[in-house]
Design a protein. Structure first.
Length: 234
């Protein structure tokens, strides 16, 4: 019987194909798929709230993500104010939420709309794009894109943008910007609530909130975190 040869080179292992990076549009489709499955199973998807008016419970993350998806896919980028969106779009129909909770929805949706428009305009500048991004081709028409580009390149808009860059940036805006992830969302529950309160103050008190101080941010942080050291990732 022939003996096996020793000292030979080990068999070559097959290389696994490189993993494809998920695009932003794919994430939105995943969120919608989960919402549709739950809606078909439960009818209205329940949302639990804590005493601070924050969504909690099993579906809290999906609820917040769905608001952002609705803004990106259902609301025209030419819309400058979330309040002008249709009642049907604003209703967040798959979710079982009371009218008293709409302040949270409007605040989150309005912030998502602003973030999305800023990100699109930044992408337009980098690419000098004459067409909308491919991942949003189904939700942004060429006509809407051209109107959006015309607005972003108008003298009034460029003047506002220049002035905003030269003006001192309020601390509350720095706080917000530091806590957005790459998808334009805030993952941390406490940080999300602090930003929501800041936006609500900004909406209600305008010029007062525009100069909101570090002390106010510290107050919100201590209130939400129970006087513990702040950390975004627990």
């Amino acid at each position: 019987m022939a003996s096996k040869k020793s000292g030979g080179s080990p068999p070559k292992q097959k290389k696994s194909p490189p993993k494809e990076k998920k695009k932003r549009g794919q994430r939105g489709k995943t969120v919608l798929k989960k919402v549709i499955i739950l809606r078909n199973k439960l009818g209205k998807i329940p949302v639990e709230w804590n005493v601070k008016g924050q969504p909690v419970g099993q579906y809290r993350s999906l609820f917040r993500s769905h608001i952002g998806v609705i803004v990106r896919q259902e609301v025209s980028i030419t819309l400058t104010n979330w309040k002008d969106a249709s009642d049907e779009t604003r209703s967040i129909s798959p979710w079982d939420i009371d009218e008293t909770r709409m302040t949270y929805v409007l605040s989150s949706a309005g912030d998502s709309l602003k973030t999305f428009r800023v990100r699109l305009n930044r992408w337009r500048k980098e690419k000098n794009a004459m067409h909308p991004p491919k991942e949003y081709a189904d939700s942004i028409s060429q006509e809407e894109w051209e109107e959006f580009v015309a607005y972003c390149t108008s003298p009034d808009f460029e003047l506002k943008e220049t002035n905003s860059q030269e003006t001192f940036l309020p601390r509350y805006k720095l706080y917000r910007a530091a806590r957005f992830n790459k998808n334009g969302e805030i993952d941390n529950e406490n940080a999300h609530e602090i930003v929501r309160k800041i936006l609500l103050l900004n909406y209600c008190y305008c010029s007062f909130a525009a100069n909101i101080s570090t002390a106010v941010i510290f107050y919100f942080t201590v209130s939400a975190c129970g006087r513990t050291k702040w950390r975004d990732n627990k």
